[in-house]
Design a protein around this ligand. Structure first.
Ligand code: TXA
Ligand code: MG
Length: 352
């Protein structure tokens, strides 16, 4: 069996679901260990959500600040009551429509959940992931699993097992490898404890789909610089950041491409290594330049699925700067745009 730095990497067979491996991973969870597993969004770094010491290991492995709470994953909707209290009716409705799936609900926490899971807040984040490996792990472990994305803090989230190993080899007991995660950006988070439901993080479930059931849902994007104190969870501007400095461009397509071409040429002339994050349709406009190109395909869903891999790929090339076009704020585009703005630490140029 392959090991990297004391981390066991287990390939999960798509047809059989590798039940022996899942059983072993379930044991590791119950014994207080850490298991990285695929979800439909990104890979998660999981521990028994009832085990305070195991949850502490997650914070250590990720080098994650203790004030950033963790999402609790459950196997069936009824398990909500094992982690939350005073659950509003709307939570049951949303669970029925969107679970299993990329939607996380913030609810009042109950006493069974240790304080470190929720960063000592009185609310807890809950979801049922829509991935066969995640679901069979949850059922086999028999406990809710607390799991943030399985990357080191402030690195792009992992969409492949190799990303988990690059960031966390040696700090996680086993990585369940079942290839690329299909959606590629994290779950949408909504707060159901405020008077009006609030979207805290756009993600794999679109705001448009949520509005059909929550017409009064509120969304105020928050991008808060590192040096400001006590930001709301997940609102840090510098998140999902690659090593290279990312700049986003938006505006009319031709003009935007022309500006990006001009900036890339200037950077190259200055001796900078330039990386471009491009849709298939835009690549042809940059073929005359000596640049590294990562492609996002030609749809919102391929862009989401490839985004983090593309950022990691451009980093590996040693790019000093990365230029990208900001997508529209609709559908999955809202989540992609949010992650790119964070990766760019807010550098968004509007081309007139
Ligand atoms: O798709 C996902 O949600 C993935 C997979 C593994 O499920 N998980 C994930 O976890 O993205 P993480 O920890 O990388 O992001 C969770 C976000 C954090 O920004 C955290 O601050 C927020 O959820 N969060 C967790 N509990 C919260 C709470 N009680 N109140 C407000 N925000 C919360
Ligand atoms: Mg994360």
């Amino acid at each position: 069996m392959p090991y990297v730095a004391d981390t066991f990497i287990a390939q999960i067979d798509t047809d059989s679901g590798s039940p022996e491996t899942i059983a072993l991973a379930g044991d590791i969870i119950r014994q207080g260990g850490l298991v990285a597993f695929p979800t439909e969004t990104v890979y998660g770094l999981g521990a028994n959500a009832f085990d305070e010491a195991a949850i502490n290991r997650i914070f250590e492995a990720k080098q994650r600040p203790a004030n950033d709470p963790i999402i609790v994953h459950i196997a069936i909707p009824e398990n909500i009551f094992a982690v939350a209290r005073d659950v509003p009716d709307v939570a049951a409705t949303l669970a029925q429509i969107f679970w299993p799936g990329p939607l996380t609900l913030i609810l009042k926490k109950n006493d069974a959940i240790p304080g470190n899971v929720t960063a000592n807040r009185d609310t807890v984040a809950v979801r049922i992931p829509n991935h066969p490996v995640a679901l069979s792990l949850l059922r086999t472990a028999g406990v809710p699993i607390g799991a943030p994305s399985a990357n080191r803090f402030s690195r792009p989230s992992p969409t492949r097992a190799e990303h988990v190993l690059n960031d966390l080899a040696g700090s996680v007991d086993v990585v369940l490898d079942s290839g690329n995660t299909p959606i590629g950006v994290e779950s949408t988070i909504i707060d159901l404890t405020s008077p009006r439901p609030r979207l805290l993080r756009p993600g794999g479930t679109s705001l448009e789909a949520l509005r059909e059931h929550l017409p009064d849902i509120d969304y105020q994007p928050q991008y808060i610089a590192d040096n400001q104190s006590a930001p709301a969870p997940g609102s840090l501007l510098k998140h999902y950041a690659p090593q290279a400095a990312v700049t986003l461009y938006e505006g009319e397509r031709r003009a935007t491409i022309a500006r990006m071409h001009e900036v890339a040429s200037e950077q190259i002339a200055k001796g900078q290594k330039v990386g471009l994050l491009l849709s298939d349709a835009d690549i042809g406009h940059f073929e005359d330049l000596h640049v590294e190109i990562a492609t996002l395909g030609d749809s919102e869903s391929t862009s989401a699925a490839r985004l983090y891999q593309a950022l990691r790929e451009l980093d590996t090339t040693g790019a000093d700067v990365i230029l990208a076009r900001a997508p529209r704020s609709t559908g999955l585009g809202l989540a992609i745009r949010d992650r790119l703005i964070r990766a760019a630490e807010g550098r968004l140029v509007t081309v007139e």
